[in-house]
Design a protein around this ligand. Structure first.
Ligand code: RAT
Ligand code: ZN
Length: 412
């Protein structure tokens, strides 16, 4: 039996009719001043493009010399190297710029950024935000909020007018990683922690998490971890996750998000483009999920090699919600594969994608590109289900898309 409607069209309609909840970004509303990033100079100096440009820099320019330049100068070099030079901008990040410019009505095959800059300088941040969210089909974005950031911390303390479409997420990296590195900063913020991982330190850190979740109305807590993060282990970060983060998540009834597999600064000269990845030992996740069955874990792993076993582990533990095709996985060939295997092993119980956008206008390509790949996978799975004899309706498809791209019943 097959359905009496066109499944591919119904999937497309469902994507058009439902606003996306983007559960992990580095975006901020324009009310947060310098944290709001948009426009050509930010887009072109995105760290993905910086890393790609470093492979093709002119022979007389070192990465060190590039690093000393101003942002517009760097943007000009990247533009000349990747978009005007002797190669086509086919990488995912490069094609993204082409998509953004097309969406804004600009021609991408130009010698410099002057037209784009003039266009952008005429935009007002509020209208621009509304336009970008509308065009990318995004209704809500989750931020990455760090109280220890010198720019951001004071904003939360002083208060600002919050755009309700931007949701807070308490980011934990700077407070917990490389312990006892953060001790001095935490003490300066009024938390009586010490280098020694004592009961008092744990309880002060839990107070830090509660205070800041309250202040930000944080919807979840997030941390990125290296591939050698182990559980159980006597390592400081493991002890902090076990005695501070997971119990606080449990007490507050909010998810603990772990983004695992990043090896920071393998090539420091590339600065924010210098991070890489490694495969994680999934047994650690089994141990964590078993020890904290009441904590919802939002999990994304950076290595492709971990994706299948993440699906299998999520089958065993209902408190694990896999999400997104993160960073180096956010490429069409890999998204296609990961989305298919998640459907096959988990049904609809996963969150297919997040954008990780750092610059507002990136939403215009990150979501279009993802949906171009994900929608056909949805259509294929529904087609197969219908062929198998399931009397599928358009409403079924709309419901699934709305749930899976609406925070997956964990967030909203
Ligand atoms: O994808 C990225 O832009 C990375 O640099 C990281 O921000 C990563 O997503 C993270 O949140 O650590
Ligand atoms: Zn991120």
């Amino acid at each position: 039996m097959s359905s009496n409607f066109n499944i591919a069209e119904a999937v497309e309609n469902a994507f058009q009719n439902h606003a996306i909840v983007d559960i992990h970004t580095h975006l901020y509303p324009h009310q947060m001043g310098p944290l709001y990033l948009a426009g050509p100079d930010e887009l072109i100096t995105y760290h993905y493009l910086k890393a790609e440009c470093s492979r093709q820099l002119p022979a007389d320019m070192s990465v060190d010399a590039f690093n000393t330049m101003s942002k517009p100068e760097q943007a000009d070099i990247i533009w000349k190297t990747l978009f005007v030079g002797n190669s086509s901008p086919v990488s995912e990040a490069q094609r993204g710029i082409v998509t953004v410019m097309k969406c804004l009505g600009l021609s991408p095959r130009v010698d410099d950024l002057s037209e784009f800059r003039t266009f952008y300088n005429d935009q007002n941040p509020e209208d621009y935000t509304n336009m970008v969210l509308k065009e990318s089909g995004v209704g809500k974005v989750y931020m990455t909020n760090d109280p220890m950031d010198d720019t951001e911390g004071p904003m939360w303390n002083n208060g600002f007018e919050m755009d309700p479409r931007f949701k807070a997420v308490l980011r934990l990296d700077s407070a917990l990683i490389h312990w006892p590195g953060p001790v001095e900063n935490l003490q300066a913020m009024g938390y009586d922690v010490e280098a020694d991982l004592s009961e008092k330190t744990y309880s002060e850190l839990r107070r830090y998490l509660h205070d800041w979740c309250d202040k930000m109305d944080a919807q979840y807590m997030a941390i990125s971890l290296p591939p050698d993060f182990a559980y159980p282990s006597e390592d400081s970060i493991t002890q902090l996750m076990k005695n501070v983060v997971y119990p606080t998540a449990q007490e507050r009834g909010i998810p603990s998000a772990m983004m695992i597999g990043v090896t920071r600064q393998v090539n420091p000269v590339l600065r924010d483009g210098g991070d890489s990845l490694g495969k994680w030992n999934i047994t650690c996740l089994e141990n964590i999920a078993r020890d904290f069955p009441d904590v919802p874990f939002l999990i994304t792993l950076l290595s492709r090699e971990n994706q299948h076993e993440l699906c299998v582990t999520a089958r065993k533990f209902p408190n694990i919600m896999p999400f997104g095709c993160w960073w180096f996985l956010n490429n069409p060939s890999v998204i296609q594969e990961i989305t298919s295997e998640r459907f096959e092993l988990l049904g609809t119980s996963f969150i297919p994608q997040h954008s990780d956008a750092r610059i507002l206008d990136q939403l215009l390509y990150k979501w279009t590109h993802s949906i171009q790949v994900i929608a056909p996978v949805f259509a294929q799975k529904y087609e197969a289900l219908s062929q198998a004899g399931w009397p599928l309706t358009e409403a079924d498809i709309q419901r699934d898309v709305a749930t899976m791209f609406g925070g997956g019943n964990v967030l909203n």
